[in-house]
Write a protein that binds this ligand. Sequence first.
Ligand code: SF4
Ligand code: SF4
Length: 392
Amino acid sequence: MTAPAPPGSAVAPPWALLAELTHACPLHCPYCSNPLELARRSAELSTEEWTDVLRQAGALGVVHTHLSGGEPLLRPDLEQIVAAAETAGIYTQLVTSGTGLDEARLAALTAAGLRSVQLSVQHADPRAGDRIAGRPSSFAAKERAAALVRRAGLPLGLNVVLHRDNLDAVDALIDLGVAWGADRVELANTQFYGWGLLNRSALLPTRDQLSRARETVERRREQLGDRIDLVWVVPDYFDGVAKPCMGGWGAVSLTVTPDGTVLPCPAAASLPDLDPPSVRDHPLAWIWEHSPAFGRYRGTDWMTGPCRGCPRREEDFGGCRCQAFALTGDATRTDPACALSPDHHLVRDPADAGRAEPPPYVYRRPGAAPVPAPAPALTPAPTPAAGGRDPL
Ligand code: SF4
Ligand code: SF4
């Protein structure tokens, strides 16, 4: 998947760019992974700056971009940004809530070079979907958007973030994907960052819910065969397995946030002392190849604890640095999602808590939550001795 490093560079080029065009969004999903401190619209990169970012990204080797947010349709210059990606030779996928998409806008985006659309869906039931999104009639907007995308002949994917409130509807969500003509349905168990971490107690499902949903996906895969691609993104809190976050830090992908900050992972702005660079100050190639932020957790030399001698370290890269920091206060520790982590109790205990009455959502709205995020009550285990035993 990763191209070889160009002559003169020890670092292989990235192939994917997550372009967070804005943090503004008409929806208010409580699982949103955007940071609690949302970027102001006045701080967003201009059309010319995004055009230059995409030109540099294409020159660097990027071949695929997700145009995301927030809601990217809120950018009135989205067509120009799509055209800039097309000129740079980059495949564009629009990641949208569907709110505000109409026939004329989609035609303009398609003419500019848009190649595919990923539509977020909160539930298969319209009322439940609107409640989770925190906005009336949002489900109806998604249904209209899906029909427009299919009529335009673009590939359509549905993305569903799964949690306590919709895991029991996985069967109906797959039916919805079939009915709306989706090529792909991604069933992504919640990753607890940003607003998702703030709402963790309300969102965490039970183990029974997860195992029923998993069985449903298996059954529907057999039934539907090649008609639709069903993707199940593992619930790392429950499986005891760390996810290979971003395919490795600074390995295949970079994120540019609305104000031009460049991150190895969308949640990495939460890491203290990272000092992430900005496209307003540095060329993208320098940021990727030479910036201290991208070098910080690249490869395996930084690893501590059980990761250091673990045979899986080249496969999952020690899990997610942002999750390690969010839960332990130390980004160099093994991701607590891994059952081998001395901090695994920090995900196992909340996952096993089985709340009868979860707290109400804190909906994603500017000013709706204290900033910085209130950290969960955490007690990391003592750091294991360097060169600790090979755990596998
Ligand atoms: S998760 Fe919801 S609130 Fe967050 S950007 Fe997506 S649609 Fe908007
Ligand atoms: S201990 Fe091994 S399996 Fe666990 S996160 Fe580290 S490298 Fe992965």
